[in-house]
Ligand binder design. Structure first.
Ligand SMILES: NC(=O)c1ccc[n+]([C@@H]2O[C@H](COP(=O)([O-])OP(=O)(O)OC[C@H]3O[C@@H](n4cnc5c(N)ncnc54)[C@H](OP(=O)(O)O)[C@@H]3O)[C@@H](O)[C@H]2O)c1
Length: 305
């Protein structure tokens, strides 16, 4: 890949239908903006309708002809995910791109509607369930892609197999966030292996934005002023932070690739292919997590059976 790939290099996306989860702000917003600028129909899958509509208004101010749809999706509730998927099935015959972007970072232990720890439940299980529910629409004609937004936090992460939902351990935002981001990669690589084994060309690609100034870190920044100041110095603008996601979505990638910033320690920069941790490439863990995720969500990827 040439270095310094940016959003100006995105080719015409007319005719494509794209779902971006958590598109009302941050990296999801920038992703929706650039995909619409290049002609795609973008479904902004947001948990708060007003915030989603606000994002649509902002994009339309910049791109009056943007083709945008707001759809309510709360990844903290498996029933709401199913409802969202039903609406998508009612209105679309094919989805070209599913961008699993939404994410949370919580300073206290919070549980989803079905009792999963928030990071694991939203960042991983919610997106796992969503992908499984709309898989048939992604499989039409076979040239679609799924992009999972992970994080460098996965590098030091571990999966707490005997306490995935943090019911017995002391709560740590970092450990639980990191676990969910490692789960995003394990899901990506297991998905690739399963599709490769049946010879299907649907691609799944992971991306991470390095350190990007968005709302995500508000709970870290509110801890103290030093972390706030440090964070502002270290982070890049969200329009740059979204580039790895955009490259994963439209660039020249193979299924199973992982795209991140090309700068020192992958903190900042332009998209390039990056390596994941050894834990993320552990085949046994990937398979185990897949089976647990199917079990916990009740969503099976039947096409692969
Ligand atoms: N910023 C970084 O430095 C960084 C680094 C590594 C990875 N990432 C990853 O990048 C992705 C995007 O994060 P961001 O930095 O752009 O943060 P952000 O500005 O906080 O955006 C997160 C988005 O996710 C949405 N969301 C949260 N909970 C949801 C739920 N239950 N259902 C549906 N949507 C929900 C948020 O909606 P509301 O606005 O309604 O809360 C928001 O739209 C995340 O996966 C994050 O882990 C970010």
């Amino acid at each position: 890949m040439e270095t310094k790939w940016d959003a100006d290099r995105i080719e015409n996306q007319k005719g494509k239908v794209v779902i971006v989860t958590g598109a009302n702000c941050g990296i999801g917003y920038e992703t929706a903006l650039e995909m619409s600028r290049n002609g795609a129909e973008v479904i902004l899958a947001c948990r708060d309708v007003d915030r989603g509509m606000g994002a649509i208004q902002n994009i339309i101010e910049e791109i009056p002809k943007a083709n945008l749809v707001m759809a309510s999706l709360d990844l903290s509730d498996l029933n709401r995910i199913e409802k969202f998927s039903d609406q998508i099935h009612e209105n679309y015959r094919k989805i070209d791109l599913l961008i699993n972007n939404a994410g949370v970072m919580m300073d206290s232990l919070t549980m989803t509607k079905q009792g999963f720890e928030f990071h694991f439940g939203i960042n991983h299980l919610g997106h796992f369930a969503l992908t499984g529910h709309i898989l048939d629409l992604l499989l039409v004609e076979g040239d679609s892609r799924v992009v999972n937004v992970a994080s460098i936090a996965e590098k030091k992460a571990k999966i707490f197999w005997d306490d995935l939902n943090c019911e017995r351990r002391k709560y740590s935002m970092w450990k639980n966030y990191s676990q969910s981001k490692l789960a995003n990669l394990l899901f990506t690589f297991e998905f690739k292996r399963r599709f490769d084994s049946i010879g299907h060309s649907l691609k799944i690609v992971a991306a991470h934005p390095g350190l990007t100034a968005t709302n995500l870190s508000r709970n870290v920044r509110k801890e103290n002023q030093i972390s706030d100041l440090l964070w502002r110095k270290m982070t890049q603008h969200q329009s740059i932070g979204a580039l790895p996601t955009l490259y994963a979505a439209v660039g020249d990638v193979e299924s199973g690739d992982y795209i991140g910033p090309d700068g020192i320690m992958e903190f900042r920069g332009y998209p390039t292919k990056v390596n994941s941790s050894r834990s993320a490439r552990n085949v046994v863990s990937s398979r185990k997590l897949w089976e647990i995720s199917e079990d916990l969500t009740g969503v099976e990827f039947n096409i692969l059976a």
